[in-house]
Design a binder for this molecule. Structure first.
Ligand code: GSH
Length: 212
């Protein structure tokens, strides 16, 4: 079996799919598609994914895009610990947290706050403080909800690591690098403790992006 992920190692969603493969102990190839150079809008990548997002994925000629589809497929076909709970309520909780990350947390924490502070600001551009101010309560609500839903833990959906953990970890890894993320995490000790646990897993350590 040959798995290929197309996208940059610094993308949060690419990292999530890589973490799935690392949790399963499956080898894969990462083919760089650099967003900063606009390679995701070039014909070669649009042929894999006409929406121009990353990751795209290939398994022995079976092409896929959309991280949930890729991760669920890998979880189904690969041996190793299941990353989707069998119990219906736990599975629903996992899907709910994936939905919160996709629909609310990612836009506020990464697309707005992290990109403004860590990319625009760091490169001497004019930081859009109004956009950050508008995104901040949305980011905080998303994290508060995930912490509430997590309950006792130790993982986001109970006793085992699931796709929900792999959805949130790369997002918080970046958000913690900017002051708004540090403040949000300081206010959420349950989530901060969860982050230390997920960051201690080999799947996290093996996928740390090379920045700069
Ligand atoms: N719905 C997509 C979202 C993926 C996504 O937003 N990826 C970001 C990088 S982390 C991206 O491709 N950004 C470039 C763009 O939107 O033009 C998925 O689940 O795979």
């Amino acid at each position: 079996m040959s798995f290929t992920i197309f996208g940059p190692g610094y993308s949060t969603y690419v990292r999530t799919v890589r973490m799935v493969l690392e949790e399963k102990g499956a080898p894969y190839e990462l083919v760089e598609v650099d967003l900063l150079k606009g390679e995701h809008r070039q014909p070669a990548h649009l042929a894999r994914n006409p929406f121009g997002t990353v990751p795209a994925f290939d398994h022995d000629g079976f092409g896929l895009y959309e991280s949930r589809a890729i991760a669920t497929y890998l979880d189904r076909i690969l041996p190793g610990p299941r990353l989707t709970p069998a119990e219906p309520k736990a599975e629903a909780r996992m899907l709910q947290i994936q939905g919160i990350v996709d629909s609310y947390a990612y836009d506020a924490t990464i697309r707005t706050i992290f990109i403004q502070r860590a990319l625009v600001g760091a490169q001497g551009g004019t930081v859009d403080e109004a956009a950050i101010a508008a995104a901040r309560p949305k980011a905080e609500l998303a994290l508060a909800e995930i912490e509430r839903l997590m309950g006792e833990g130790p993982w986001l959906v109970g006793a085992e690591v699931t796709l929900a953990d792999l959805w949130l970890a790369p997002v918080l890894a970046y958000f913690r690098m900017v002051p708004e993320g540090q403040a949000a995490m300081a206010a959420r000790p349950g989530l901060a403790a969860w982050f230390e646990r997920i960051a201690a897993r080999p799947s996290f350590a093996k996928t740390i992006p090379k920045l700069g």
